[in-house]
Design a protein around this ligand. Structure first.
Ligand SMILES: [Fe+2]
Ligand SMILES: [Fe+2]
Length: 137
């Protein structure tokens, strides 16, 4: 799974970070596909978690600055993702991680970007700091 143009949220800095997340995901998938040792999958998931933590922090700061109204729900999605990745990486040490892990990660990331990230992005683009919606006309 690769980042494609239709995943662009219109904010270059955020798009670059999303590409980075997909690169991390590709490493997780590779480790799973090649049936590498659990520690390889664990390490790849750990890198994904690190990268995601930084990316989510950036988004959350930007949403705060621009007073995004659905901040709480968005942050909750980030926390859910983090706890699932942590759970997967712990499981990876003890058993084979299955296809459903890669499916979950891919589906979550694509859906989160397409719906949740695309919802806050116009607030950043418009330089909105709270007065009304910053969406497209
Ligand atoms: Fe997000
Ligand atoms: Fe994002």
């Amino acid at each position: 799974m690769l980042w494609t143009n239709d995943l662009s949220v219109g904010v270059p800095e955020i798009d670059e970070q999303h590409k980075g997340l997909f690169a991390c995901l590709a490493r997780v998938e590779k480790a799973i596909d090649e049936k590498q040792r659990g520690s390889s999958v664990f390490f790849a998931l750990d890198q994904l978690a690190d990268y995601a933590r930084i990316h989510f922090a950036v988004e959350e700061i930007e949403m705060r600055i621009h007073r995004y109204p659905d901040f709480d729900a968005h942050v909750e999605q980030h926390r859910t993702f983090e706890s699932r990745v942590k759970q997967f990486s712990e499981e990876a040490l003890h058993r084979n991680v299955f296809e459903d892990v890669r499916d979950f990660l891919n589906n979550w990331l694509v859906e989160h970007i397409q719906i949740a990230d695309k919802a806050y992005a116009p607030y950043l683009v418009a330089g909105n700091t709270g007065a009304g919606a910053g969406g497209n006309t």
